[in-house]
Design a protein around this ligand. Structure first.
Ligand code: ASP
Ligand code: MG
Length: 401
């Protein structure tokens, strides 16, 4: 088998932990596998490098930031190769460029455009364990680029896809994806499987485990990911395309997003173009609008509600003020949160939403806004009931069973 393994920052957070990873890699090797191992920088290292740059400039040039930040992963890759060599294994460390990872020009948030796997394949043929510095590539001008925070996951998925690897194992300090945040609901259970789409919708739950972009890429390339802990020996969670069996599961997880604020606009003239106008202005200010709800109009006037990240509410207020002569009134609520129920089974089962509304009502939790997609129901509620709502819904759908 050809296995791509990726070890995150905490898994390689100290020299002892790198040693521990070396032992894991060696074990997989002893079992007869070919291995490509992608590593992150040691935990905290990337942040430290960013701070160093900020010592000299508030707006350091992105090209130089990429050279700087890519060094963190190189440290780990070379140390792991050295550790493996010392244990008697043939191992070779590669930078992103040496691994053939080509990207576009967007420094600090580059996209992988292609991978030339020749170098890696030759090294494997020569009997090497290949260790790749994650999070980086090279653009067509020969400049080093990085792939955005958490980008080593992306390196691993892209390599697994390009090499047609038999498995893509992503190791962190968490042993998989849970039905909800175990700090909110201790009865949360680890999932054996989750589909790409559910994982993307539950990104807040998996944020510590997988970078969102890497899940999108895995879906596009059909790379099956296994998320595991490098500290224990569990089976982890498989992230893959859903199959018929998965649709039997109604709800896979409950997510809570506290970074939400609600904007309500009253008495807006109901004419074509007004919504376009408001949301264009918000977009121009780079304000991310999440849920949007417009009511049926009454006497030529309508109401419009939407949510934005809490950190963007002040800027949103300014934008609204700039269009306000057409808007009858506005109010804002920063103390709201979004609770979401996610499951592919919703596609083929009805009544899931009604059950959620009912159990929140039984607990006197008022729902201020609702939005749905094929596999998700999101509700905006008072922030102080966020955790309670998660526990109530977790119980309603028997996710602890
Ligand atoms: N070291 C980079 C970061 O902290 C990339 C990664 O760890 O995946 O974002
Ligand atoms: Mg990470």
């Amino acid at each position: 088998m050809l296995i791509v393994q990726k070890y995150g920052g905490t898994s390689v957070g100290s020299l002892e932990r790198i040693e521990n990873v070396a032992k894991r890699v060696a074990k997989a090797r002893d079992e007869g596998n070919d291995l490509v191992v992608v590593v992150s920088a040691m935990s905290g290292e990337t942040n430290k490098l960013i701070e160093y740059a900020h010592h000299f400039s508030k707006t350091p040039s992105k090209r130089e930031m990429d050279i700087l930040l890519s060094s963190g992963e190189r440290v780990t890759a070379s140390l792991l190769a050295i550790a493996l060599q010392e244990m008697g294994y043939k191992a070779i460390a590669m930078t992103g460029r040496q691994a053939g990872i080509k990207t576009d020009d967007s420094h600090t948030y580059a996209r992988i455009s292609s991978i030339d796997t020749q170098n890696i394949e030759n090294a494997i043929k020569d009997g090497n364990i290949v260790i790749v510095a994650g999070f980086q590539g090279i653009n067509e001008h020969g400049n080093v680029t990085t792939l955005g925070r958490g980008g080593s996951d992306l390196s691993a998925v892209a390599l697994a896809g390009a090499l047609k690897a038999d498995a893509c194992e992503i190791y962190s300090d968490v042993d998989g994806i849970y039905t909800t945040d175990p700090r909110i609901e201790p009865k949360a259970k680890k999932l054996d499987f989750i589909s790409y789409d559910e994982m993307l919708e539950l990104s807040s739950l998996g944020a510590k485990v997988l970078q969102n972009r890497s899940v999108e890429l895995a879906k596009k390339m059909g790379v099956k990911i296994i998320a595991k802990s490098s500290f224990t020996d569990g089976k982890g969670t498989i992230i893959a395309q859903e199959d018929k069996n998965m649709e039997e599961v109604l709800v896979s997880g409950i997510a809570l997003d506290k970074n939400q604020a609600r904007v309500s606009l009253r008495d807006i003239p109901d004419r074509p173009g007004i919504a376009a106008d408001i949301f264009k202005k918000l977009a121009n200010e780079q304000i991310n609008v999440d849920m949007i709800i417009q009511n049926a109009s009454k006497e030529g006037m309508t109401n419009l509600g939407f949510t934005v990240p809490q950190s963007e509410i002040e800027r949103a207020k300014k934008v609204i003020a700039s269009v306000s002569d057409e808007i009858g009134g506005s109010d804002y609520d920063e103390n709201v949160c979004k609770v979401s129920i996610v499951g592919v089974g919703m596609k083929s089962h009805s009544g899931i939403a009604a059950k959620a509304f009912e159990s929140l009502a039984d607990n006197s939790i008022n729902i201020e806004m609702i939005s749905t997609s094929e596999i998700k129901i999101s509700m905006i509620i008072d922030e102080k009931f966020g955790e309670l709502a998660v526990r109530v819904l977790h119980e309603t759908y028997e996710l602890d069973k």
